[in-house]
Design a protein around this ligand. Structure first.
Ligand code: TYD
Ligand code: MG
Length: 440
């Protein structure tokens, strides 16, 4: 008899024929759970081969919502018949975002978590047009699909996928099998009707809760809603998108009147407009956007034999590497100092182009000499202390221009190109000691 997969890792989504304590794929512990046998959901397809050129297609119009940041992250609006998953930690604002999206379209809102009264009161408080929203508390997926077919809304919101269930298979509401089968049925319904369906799903930071992680391959677009609970801004990030770029981000502020789109994005990640020791500014590329952000360091004398290194917003290993390069090639003595580093506003650095800003912010804090806030840094640092060029340098330079920066310090190899584009002074440096000599 053919073997049936009946265990799944809720962290990485890999399926296994038997149970393991540790996932052989992602090495996480206690993440393998039993799931119902694989169900159809997708339906069988005809076995025919056609030339790709004969496949009919229409250049579809995207469905725009009233939230342009959301449209941008989706790749220019929702594609008809697509399934969009908005994942995020509980309380981050998924339901608020979904409700705000829904009011500009004729929407069927499937409320599995909150009562219609709660949603009505929230919508009224947010000043939304409630006439276009139709609400259902029924969370049986077959019933929802019937409602979709009879109501023909422009958009469907399912809040959240963890509350849906199907009578097709056994298993508790919220179990892996139920979530996957419910999603499969929604996918089929979206494709059949051409109506986009937005589903929300709870996830913890490490992805340990069954839900979004195991759905990533089933849906067309996965957006993660992130942010620091202590701060009011939120980032919507495209993690997977069959219809657009995956690096795109949308920025919001959570206010008493719901989520507000942030247009002046630099206002969030540039903390102080005055110079203080330990702060340096660089530019990151996020999809089609360029964002300026501030790296802040605190270098203080350590009373421990092993000084501490802490990084918030960047990889700790990158920080340790920068410290080693500064010691070896910049002649800075950091081995008796604790080094704490933070990226303002909760921004996450994923590129090496901000190495120079990181290194200079550490040096600035150690020497207690501030770097003026109208200097921008761009450069990757190699193990030999060399400052390397960065990708798409001109896009980053444009952003420095727009924000009125007076000076940029970049790799010598990038400086020729930058001279033509940057409106202020361009300082090209070959290695880390040249940069330190120039600044301090
Ligand atoms: P919610 O959208 O319910 O989060 P999720 O669906 O991701 O669990 O948002 C809940 C949080 O947002 C809650 O802590 C209160 C806050 N909030 C505001 O600050 N302002 C608002 O106008 C709304 C609706 C929510
Ligand atoms: Mg919610």
């Amino acid at each position: 008899m053919k073997k049936q997969f009946s265990y799944i890792c809720i962290s990485c989504g890999t399926e296994f024929p038997k149970w393991f304590g540790q996932c052989p794929n992602c090495n996480e512990w206690n993440v393998i759970v039993e799931t119902d046998k694989k169900t159809t959901g997708y339906g069988s397809r005809d076995v025919v081969v056609v030339p790709l050129s004969e496949v009919e297609f229409d250049e579809v119009d995207r469905i725009k919502t009233c939230i342009s940041e959301f449209d941008l992250v989706c790749g220019g609006g929702m594609v008809p018949g697509s399934i969009i998953l908005i994942g995020g930690e509980p309380g981050i604002g998924k339901s608020t975002l979904a409700l705000q999206i829904s009011h500009s379209l004729h929407t069927l809102y499937v409320a599995g978590e909150e009562s219609p009264v709660q949603i009505r009161s929230r919508a009224t408080r947010l000043g939304l047009n409630i006439d276009s929203i139709y609400i259902s508390s029924n969370t049986q997926v077959e019933e929802i699909i019937k409602l979709i077919l009879s109501n023909k809304p422009e958009c469907v919101i399912v809040d959240s996928i963890q509350t849906l269930f199907t009578s097709e298979i056994q298993g508790l509401i919220g179990s892996v099998g139920q979530i996957r089968e419910s999603t499969a049925q929604l996918v089929a319904a979206a494709k059949k009707t051409g109506i986009p369906i937005i589903i929300t799903g709870h996830i913890t930071k490490d992805g340990a809760i069954a839900g979004p992680k195991i759905l990533e391959h089933q849906v067309d677009t996965v957006l993660y809603f992130e942010g620091d609970f202590s701060k009011d801004f939120r980032i919507l990030r495209a993690f997977k998108n069959r219809f657009g770029s995956v690096n795109e981000i949308g920025i919001f502020r959570m206010t008493g009147k719901g989520l507000i789109e942030v247009k002046d994005k630099n206002s969030i990640f540039l903390d102080s407009y005055y110079s203080s020791p330990g702060s340096a500014i660089s530019a990151a590329l996020e999809g089609t956007r360029t964002i300026l952000f501030e790296v802040q360091s605190l270098v203080s004398f350590s009373s421990f034999p092993n000084p501490r290194r802490m990084a918030d917003g960047l990889d700790l290993n990158r920080l340790i590497l920068m410290i080693a390069v500064l010691e070896k090639h910049g002649s800075l003595k950091l081995n008796s100092f604790d080094v704490f580093i933070n990226v303002a506003g909760g921004f996450q650095i994923n590129e090496t182009s901000s190495d120079l800003a990181i290194a200079m912010s550490i040096a600035s804090s150690l020497k207690e000499i501030p770097i003026t806030q109208d200097i921008g840094f761009l450069g990757e640092i190699s193990l030999s202390g060399e400052i390397r060029p960065v990708s798409q340098c001109l896009r980053r330079i444009n952003e420095f221009n727009r924000s009125g920066f007076k000076e940029i310090i970049i790799s010598k190899n990038d400086s020729k190109e930058a001279l033509h584009r940057f409106e202020g002074e361009v300082i090209g440096v070959k290695n880390i000691s040249e940069a330190l000599d120039y600044l301090f």
